[in-house]
Design a protein around this ligand. Structure first.
Ligand code: MN3
Length: 199
């Protein structure tokens, strides 16, 4: 396979005021594009050319750092654009998500606090996650382009806490960005779709 940059699933200005068009233009058109371009170059002669993106991420982890960083970030960003939507967030979660979060994570408020803490305490660049591992929801954090796939879990929701994701809109206030993401941007329908596919 080769990596391709998808169009955003919404207009560049759709997520304002929580994420600006300027942030999305840089983040999607420059940063994600660079992962696609560099990933395709590093995929050549890697021995993983015929694999799926998930296989490339898992099989390059710990073995081919350059390819892993770019393939991991391509995977993460493909989902990240879909993990957000206009008028997202909120506390009425679709399907079984509310009861699953109650039973596995101690309720929505505890999930929100733990997810924001994961993002705020990730030192340097990385991601905060809600993932499914052995049938149970878990809040996780990872550095750089790593994701739950390489820790035996399925990513259901991720928030990009690299500075390029929030510095234009929030400057250094990463917790404010995380709160806006949870309260106003999360596309819970997409989270449910991934949960149902994984369970
Ligand atoms: Mn990013």
């Amino acid at each position: 396979m080769s990596f391709e940059l998808p169009a955003l699933p919404y207009a560049y200005d759709a997520l304002g005021p929580y994420m600006s068009a300027e942030t999305l233009e840089f983040h999607h058109d420059k940063h994600h594009q660079a992962y696609v371009t560099n990933g395709n170059n590093l995929l050549k002669d890697s021995g993983l050319e015929g694999k799926t993106l998930e296989e490339i991420v898992k099989e390059s982890f710990g073995k081919n750092a350059g390819l892993f960083n770019n393939a991991g970030q391509h995977y993460n960003h493909l989902h990240f654009w879909n993990w957000m939507k206009k008028d997202g967030g909120g506390t009425s979660l679709p399907g079984v998500l509310a009861s699953k979060i109650d039973s596995d994570l101690g309720g929505y408020d505890k999930f929100k606090a733990d997810f924001m803490a994961a993002g705020a305490t990730q030192f340097g660049s990385g991601w905060a996650w809600l993932a499914l591992k052995d049938g149970k929801l878990e809040v996780m954090k990872t550095p750089n382009g790593e994701n739950p796939l390489v820790h035996g879990a399925t990513p259901l929701l991720g928030c990009d806490v690299w500075e390029h994701s929030y510095y234009i809109d929030y400057r250094n206030a990463r917790p404010k960005y995380l709160e806006a993401f949870v309260d106003n941007l999360i596309n819970w329908d997409y989270v449910l779709e991934l949960y149902e596919a994984a369970s």
